[in-house]
Write a protein that binds this ligand. Structure first.
Ligand code: 9MR
Length: 551
């Protein structure tokens, strides 16, 4: 091994389980492979002086339309625990390939700790945040009512919660949706981060660190409910702040809008949370459930309060003119929690439309969450609805498995839009739902394929999770990471991933002629391909946690 590695050998840079086939891809440098006379690969020790295994590269496939490459996807048999390199004659050595037990546990924990770094209104002391320690910003104890809130001039106190993304605003739609994904993991596998596992201020209090961290967001969301039960849509500055640390971002913040979607999403997440927290804190569970019922009732009474950014507000919109998926999700969670007929009637009238979504239509994933929760409680859900949802989940998962088999990078999506990495991971959540119905190893392998893609088996050869892998984003669009003067970004945050639409192209320099699966750039200005966001970290956490629990 001469000390030089090639990015042309693309693989999961975090690592593989010892019983997992080693999936990797070879692409000749310059992105377009020409003929390769030598189609043998070798797996060597790290020093490159002893061959552990050898085999033939997979069939060369023309994937230029989607990935801009001729790729040779290859699968080697599982390897024992250890560190290795892949060697291809004429191309050279890969970065180090790790094989170990519980290989996804570290990124799993980091992905949850990523939420801690997103806490608003709170100082992050060194003991928990290490070199990323920072002063508190955004107390949000005196937030002005924007006219769109329907409230007269005045203010209210809505402290805490997580920052949504690379920006510092707090949005109900995108607080509730990731919470649903996080809570689903807890319901599906049990406590994945018990007390003491996250090193957060609540560690050592005798309660689940995971639920303590989620409560950060729940408590904030509870403050955003109006006295009539409806939810204000968001808490935001009028425009995005500059690239500064929280304490230096002091523009006035407003309570903006009140919407059907925010109200239903809130109802769903709090109804689900009331189930989860009940055994630990019945009073809190009661409060969550009461809030959920009132938000739901408001949504039913105001079915078309669509949110659009007012003329003077340009921050994240999270608008959606169709609230059907949110409504089904709310009814499903309330039914799963209470078993009450009224919620079931609503589900019968408008059953959740489970489907695969991408890009702009991602709010449809909420219908999938509805189905996952209904399937979780077979005793509570009438047989007919249960069987129908089960069939849909399995059919959809089987089509995703087929899609993975037809794709050289072995991931299921063909449409690369804003947050595409989360589309891959939401597909993996559907695979998990199918696996829960029918525990076929194929579903787990397909989930691992999705993780392999996100962690480096992709045409950019990048592990999209900050702080992990040998090639990972350094210039993530995340205000604290940009402003803190530390070279490495805050760890445990997932880059949105390739986005063919390049809505930020005026601010960054994409290479010429990038295919959709390559359309990503590691520049801090790239809010359309290289930002982080709660609803992208959440399915990553779910998928890693699910795979670890099933190892
Ligand atoms: O994820 C959202 C994406 O689907 C939209 O196309 C995009 C533009 O409206 O907004 C994305 O969400 C962003 C939000 O509006 C503000 N915080 C950062 C989010 C991720 O980029």
């Amino acid at each position: 091994f001469d000390g030089k590695t090639t990015p042309g050998i693309q693989f999961n840079q975090v690592g593989y389980y010892p019983d997992q086939d080693l999936q990797f891809t070879y692409v000749a440098e310059g992105r377009m492979a020409t003929d390769r006379p030598d189609s043998t690969y070798y797996i060597t020790n790290v020093a490159g002086d002893s061959i552990v295994r050898q085999g033939y590269l997979g069939r060369r496939q023309d994937w230029t339309a989607l990935a801009g490459v001729l790729a040779q996807p290859t699968r080697s048999d599982p390897l024992p625990v250890g560190d290795y390199r892949i060697y291809i004659s004429g191309a050279g050595y890969s970065d180090v390939v790790h094989v170990s037990d519980r290989v996804l546990q570290e990124p799993f924990i980091a992905s949850v700790r990523g939420l801690y770094y997103q806490r608003a209104g709170e100082a992050l002391p060194e003991g928990y945040a290490g070199e990323y320690a920072r002063a508190a910003g955004h107390p949000d104890t005196d937030v002005r009512f924007h006219p769109s809130s329907g409230r007269p001039a005045g203010s209210m106190s809505c402290p805490g919660g997580w920052y949504d993304a690379g920006d510092y605003n707090k949005y109900i739609v995108n607080g509730a949706f990731p919470l649903g994904q996080y809570l689903s993991l807890y319901e599906d596998v049990g406590d994945p981060a018990p007390d003491g596992s996250l090193n957060i201020p609540e560690s050592g209090n005798g309660r689940s660190d995971y639920l303590d961290e989620l409560r950060t967001e729940l408590d904030w969301m509870l403050t955003m409910q109006d006295s009539d039960g409806g939810l204000f849509h968001k808490l935001t500055t009028l425009e995005f702040e500059g690239m500064v640390l929280p304490a230096a971002a002091t523009s006035p913040r407003y309570i903006v809008g009140k919407s059907t979607t925010a109200s239903f999403d809130f109802a769903a997440a709090t109804a689900q949370a009331s189930r989860v927290y009940r055994p630990l804190d019945a009073a809190y569970a009661d409060r969550l459930l009461a809030a959920a019922r009132r938000a739901y009732d408001w949504g039913i009474a105001h079915p078309s309060a669509v949110f659009r950014n007012p003329a003077d507000v340009s921050t994240g919109e999270y608008g959606d003119d169709n609230a059907d998926d949110e409504r089904a999700w709310a009814a499903a969670e309330l039914f799963a929690t209470t078993g009450e007929q009224a919620y079931y009637n609503e589900l019968q009238a408008r059953p959740p439309r489970i489907r695969y979504h991408a890009g702009e239509s991602w709010t449809g994933y909420m219908a999938n969450l509805a189905a996952f929760s209904l399937l979780r409680f077979p005793d509570r859900v009438p047989q007919e609805l249960h069987d129908e949802l089960r069939g849909l989940v399995i059919t959809l998962a089987d089509s995703l498995v087929l899609g993975i088999d037809q794709n050289p990078y072995r991931q299921p999506i063909t449409d690369f839009e804003w947050g595409s990495n989360s589309d891959v991971l939401n597909a993996a959540m559907l695979l998990a739902a199918a696996h829960r119905q029918d525990p076929q190893p194929t579903y787990l392998t397909a989930m691992q394929d999705c993780v392999n893609y996100v962690f480096g088996n992709n045409p950019n050869g990048v592990c999209y999770l900050t702080g992990f892998g040998s090639r990972s984003p350094m210039n993530i669009h995340h205000r604290p990471s940009i402003a803190d003067g530390i070279a490495a970004p805050v760890p445990g945050l997932l880059s949105g991933g390739p986005n063919a639409k390049q809505q930020d192209s005026a601010y960054v320099s994409y290479a010429d002629g990038l295919a959709p699966m390559q359309s990503w750039v590691d520049e801090e200005g790239s809010y359309a391909s290289n930002e982080i966001c709660l609803n992208w970290n959440a399915p990553l956490t779910y998928v890693l946690g699910y795979l670890e629990a099933n190892q």
